[in-house]
Design a binder for this molecule. Sequence first.
Ligand SMILES: Cc1cc2nc3c(=O)[nH]c(=O)nc-3n(C[C@H](O)[C@H](O)[C@H](O)COP(=O)(O)O)c2cc1C
Length: 192
Amino acid sequence: MKKELILEIIQERWSPYAFSSNPVEDYKLKAMFEAAGYAPSCNNEQPWMFVYTTQHDEKIFSDYLGFMVDSNKVWAKYAYAIGISMARTKFLYNGKPNRHAFHDTGMAVSNLLLQALTMDVYVHQMAGFSVEKVREYFNLTDEIEPVAMMAIGYLGDGNSLSPELLKRDEKRRPRKSVNEFVFKNLLSKPAF
Ligand SMILES: Cc1cc2nc3c(=O)[nH]c(=O)nc-3n(C[C@H](O)[C@H](O)[C@H](O)COP(=O)(O)O)c2cc1C
């Protein structure tokens, strides 16, 4: 059910399994990452980093797929692009740990998802991948942490997906009611 006051773009965003391999225009990809960069961050550190590849770079695309667990590979391989978000976990200005780095990177991704959808591009994020493989592949120092992978592309017909996966795309995924996660004054008191 649609909620009146909530931005439509927020309500319409979802994470599909059925991707088309049709190319997403470079200018759209750029706009998505630029939108990510508008996110607020602790001390304006902008601790996020993104690396992505597309099906045009066959070998690298296949390397990225290789980071994923099989259950993600089976559908993500049809997406036009695959991205990885990373976070710099130390402040550049003083070298101290930035405990907000993941939080801020998540906010940047949230901008990216919404910007993508305004251009009919869908994003499905993944935690199901090997952080170690990513670390090794990109030769990451301890100060950079892989956060999430994401499949990026236009919606597809899902013809190549299993019926179980296709079924998952049939309905939007349920949300908790606001009273389950918002409290007023004390954590024992639902707010609304
Ligand atoms: C950090 C993160 C990790 C996720 N990991 C996976 C994953 O490994 N595999 C998968 O199929 N979906 C994954 N998802 C997608 C979620 O399951 C999905 O966002 C959630 O069920 C809500 O559905 P919606 O995005 O369609 O609204 C992930 C989402 C996030 C934000």
